[in-house]
Design a protein around this ligand. Structure first.
Ligand SMILES: [Zn+2]
Ligand SMILES: [Zn+2]
Length: 184
């Protein structure tokens, strides 16, 4: 299927037109080096996202950027720095309630923590049983209070591999359940 012609974009740096080339879209004025790559961190940028970046200098939250060196993804806004570089701003607001106190949880590099750090020490780390949980697994745990069965955990006691679901109790504490429902 033929792609529809993208809306004409204007270079935010110099005001010239921008045109597509093999790596993305660049300013037609060769003295201006501004360009937007087709993909960032393995995420192909949609026409809407590129337009937001060029016109508003900051995009909505974009999901599916890849962390370096592994398959994990994360969400972030793209924005243009003062030096016309495209940067990622990690989105740390989650809209999810803290299991301990009900205030909002914030995303940070290694998991989720309560926004009310002074009074509530709740933290949900993104590592469990020697494995890094995906965003999808973490969000499922926080909203549905249980993950699906996850494979590849390692027992701290004996080093054995196991598969289980992680269940969040009312207190926010985690427990592990094997497929038949029994606790580890
Ligand atoms: Zn330009
Ligand atoms: Zn809290």
């Amino acid at each position: 299927m033929q792609n529809t012609t993208p809306k004409e974009s204007v270079c935010p740096k110099c005001g010239a037109k921008m045109k597509d080339f093999n790596l993305g879209r660049k300013c037609v004025d060769t003295r201006c080096t501004f360009w937007v790559p087709r993909e960032i961190r393995q995420k192909v940028l949609s026409e809407e996202i590129i337009a937001e970046l060029l016109e508003q200098r900051e995009t909505r939250v974009v999901h599916g950027f890849h962390k370096r060196g592994n398959a994990q993804t994360f969400s972030a806004r793209l924005y243009l720095s003062d030096a016309w570089k495209i940067k990622l701003r990690l989105e740390n607001k989650t809209g999810l309630p803290c299991p301990a106190c009900g205030r909002e949880l914030l995303r940070f590099a290694r998991g989720y923590r309560c926004m009310d750090e002074g009074n509530c020490a709740y933290v949900l780390w993104d590592r469990f049983g020697g494995k890094e949980l995906t965003d999808e697994q973490m969000i499922r745990l926080l909203t549905l209070k249980t993950t699906e069965i996850i494979h590849g955990f390692t027992s701290r006691k004996n080093g054995k591999r196991y598969s289980a679901r992680i269940v969040m109790q009312d207190s926010g504490r985690l427990k592990v359940e094997f497929e038949d429902g029994k606790k580890v």
